[in-house]
Design a protein around this ligand. Sequence first.
Ligand code: RFL
Ligand code: PHB
Length: 389
Amino acid sequence: MRTNVVIIGGGPSGLLLGQHLTNAGIDNIVLEQKTKEYVLGRIRAGVLETGTVKQLRDLGLGARMDVEGFVHDGTVISFNDEQIRIDFARHTKTAVMVYGQTELTADLYARREADGAEIIYEVSDVEIEDLSADSPRVAFTKNGQRCHISCDYVAGCDGFHGVSRQAIPQTARREFEKVYPFGWLGILSETKPVHDELIYANSDAGFALCSMRHANLSRYYIQCDIRDDPKAWPDQLFWDALRKRIPEKFADTIETGPSIEKSIAPLRSFVCEPMQWGRLFLCGDAAHIVPPTGAKGLNSAASDVYYLADALTRLYRDKDLAAIESYSARALSRVWKTQRFSWWMTSLLHHFPHQSEFELRMQLAEIEFLKSSEQAQAVLAQNYVGLPY
Ligand code: RFL
Ligand code: PHB
């Protein structure tokens, strides 16, 4: 087999890149280790930045999102009973879109299938060979048989636990990491969202987030001990803990019900440099991870894809090598700013074990400053809706 670009990983990064390439007439094959049903069963991101929304529309992928998604032109940050509304529309003249990663991924799969573009599911033992040669090869096992694809370039879109990043020699790779000493316990429940905007809450009892998927599907999170077992959190305990962390007017009106999904996610900041090695390019979680507090994981993946698709399109269309050579620097420049924002929002809104009185006062001062300063609110809004590509 031969193609222009082998894309390892059929999550949002891989599928989005595949769509850009297919639209530009660049042949590509996606290799995914799981089934489509498995990938679509993962409950993950919920908020799309302005730039991600534009990318999807430009690719002809906005139709369902524009009907079923919810435009949010602000969000609420609270501390105990105090509330600060961050007005995206006023500060940035744009908005974000609440549209689940599951829906977005389903749209990408449907489109790939309609285009007849190739995706090979349930592959294992993926190996990248000859990255410094003109024509690298990707080997994998499918139905017990070893297969090989020769290509021009390899896109590593296989998430944090994938194999692509490891193909960059250890001596050439630098990794930066911060692991946070808590997790997020999330539930999905078929109840009306407590508010029409997201609420990011810090409180004496810790962090909580009220989010949503649609008019009768809510997504709620609370900060928890990373060693907790979701089974040790019966629904009633979860609702009680959530109520204690959000402003009273929301605690009093929240609609509760049985959870239909419950899981704990760890919080980590991680960046791998460079994001490019020979003919391999990394995109999304394969290269970097953020704690979910700023809703940046999926959106950062989308901006990488934008830069890489732009570079590959220039290369195949105009024989312009420069864009390909600067991919890593261009992507990392935005990645680090997104890391900063996610780290800042996480630091502002969570309880850290062993937090000193001084550190607590710093958090309070930061909240007070945010409350009193239009400029601080504008900075938050600008980062939340997404920095320009
Ligand atoms: P993904 O989604 O992990 O997809 C990678 C795909 O690669 C496949 N794969 C392989 N395929 C072939 N061979 C191999 N050796 C392979 N190894 C792995 C995997 O099966 C998978 O299908 O990475 P991608 O595409 O870069 O997308 C990134 C986003 O998924 C991620 O950034 C966000 O979901 C992060 N994230 C959130 N981001 C937000 O913006 N807002 C959120 O609310 C939010 N919540 C979350 C999250 C991530 C979570 N994780 C990772 C546990 C909640 C959770 C629980
Ligand atoms: C979600 O709806 O899952 C969600 C929204 C915003 C975040 C994190 C998660 O910052």
